[in-house]
Design a protein around this ligand. Structure first.
Ligand code: ADP
Ligand code: MG
Length: 263
C-alpha cells in the first residue's frame, strides 16, 4: 500500500497507536507576520495520525501560509510546530528529511520540466533518502501505476495533461515515504474534467490511512474523505469541527457567508 497506515508508527513500535501518542501534526500558539500583516494569529491545530483535515477559508485567510509553515518553507515568528512529536529542524540534513516526511502538493505541479516522469519521481528518493537507483525506480513505477500514469513514465511533463502532471506530483511526494501529505488547492489550476482524477487518488490515499491536511474548495472531497473541517478567516481558526456539522450548521457568520458563496 501507499504511505503508512495509521498503525505502523515509526515511534509507536507497531500496533494501534496509544491514546497518548503524539499528534502527527501539532501546531501550538503559532504566530506569523509578513511585515505589518499578521497572517497566522495564535494558531492551535492538532492532527492525529491517520486523520484527514480539510482547510477552508476565503482567499488571503492564511491557508497556504499554514501549510508552508508545517514543512518549514516559512518559519513561524513564535509558537511551536511538531511533526510526529519532533520540533521542526531549521536547516541541513534534518530539514531535508523533514521536507521528505511532510509531502506537499501545490496548485502548480512544479515538476522538473527537463526530466522524464520517471526521473521526476526517483530523484528525491535517491538524493535525499539515499535509496539505490534500481530500488527507487521500481518503487516509482509502482507509484505511477497506482496513480494511473505508468505508461507515460518516459515522457516529459509538458507532454502530459494537467491532471496527469498533478498525479505525478502526488506520486513524487509519496516516493519519499512521507508521514503526512499537505495539499494546497491541488485541483484549482486544473480544467474541470481533470479534477476528479486527482481527487480520486487523494480519496484512496485517505482511505489507506495517510495523515492529510488538504486546502481545497472541493466540497465533494470534504464530504467523502474529511474527518474534520478547519475554517480559517483573517489568520484565525474560526471553526474546527466535523464536516457534517460544518456544512449543515456552521456556527460563525464568517463561515455562513463563505459557504453561501461557494455552495
Ligand atoms: P490563502 O492561502 O488563504 O489565500 P495565504 O496564506 O496565501 O492565504 O496569504 C495570507 C496573507 O499573507 C495574504 O494577505 C497574502 O497576501 C499574504 N502573504 C502570503 N505570502 C506572503 C509573502 N511571502 N510576503 C508577504 N505577504 C504574503
Ligand atoms: Mg492559498
Amino acid at each position: 500500500p501507499v504511505g503508512r497506515s495509521p498503525d505502523t508508527s515509526a515511534s509507536g513500535g507497531g500496533g494501534v497507536a496509544a491514546p497518548d501518542a503524539p499528534s502527527m501534526i501539532s501546531v501550538r500558539s503559532a504566530q506569523k507576520h509578513f511585515g505589518d500583516l499578521h497572517v497566522l494569529r495564535d494558531i492551535e491545530l492538532e492532527v492525529p495520525r491517520g486523520q484527514v483535515v480539510v482547510v477552508l477559508g476565503p482567499s488571503g485567510s492564511g491557508k497556504s501560509t499554514l501549510c508552508r509553515t508545517i514543512n518549514r518553507l516559512e518559519p513561524i515568528d513564535s509558537g511551536e510546530i511538531r511533526v510526529d512529536g519532533e520540533p521542526l529542524p531549521s536547516e541541513g540534513r534534518a530539514l531535508a528529511n523533514l521536507r521528505a516526511e511532510v509531502g506537499m502538493v501545490f496548485q502548480s505541479f512544479n515538476l522538473f520540466a527537463h526530466k522524464t516522469i520517471l526521473d521526476n519521481v526517483t530523484l528525491g528518493p535517491v538524493k535525499v533518502r539515499g535509496k539505490k537507483k534500481e530500488e527507487a525506480r521500481a518503487r516509482a513505477v509502482e507509484l505511477l501505476e497506482r496513480v494511473g500514469i505508468a505508461e507515460q513514465k518516459d515522457k516529459y511533463p509538458a507532454q502530459l495533461s494537467g491532471g496527469q502532471q498533478q498525479r505525478v506530483a502526488i506520486a513524487r511526494a509519496l516516493a519519499m515515504d512521507p508521514k503526512v501529505m499537505l495539499f494546497d488547492e491541488p485541483t484549482s489550476a486544473l480544467d474541470p474534467e481533470m479534477v476528479n482524477e486527482v481527487l480520486d487518488v487523494m480519496v484512496s490515499l485517505a482511505r489507506e490511512g495517510m495523515t492529510m491536511l488538504v486546502v481545497t474548495h472541493e466540497m465533494g472531497f470534504a464530504r467523502k474523505a474529511a474527518d474534520r473541517v478547519v475554517f480559517m478567516a483573517d489568520g484565525v481558526i474560526v471553526e474546527d469541527t466535523d464536516p457534517e456539522s460544518f456544512f449543515t450548521a456552521p456556527k460563525s457568520e464568517r463561515a455562513r457567508d463563505f459557504l453561501s458563496k461557494i455552495l
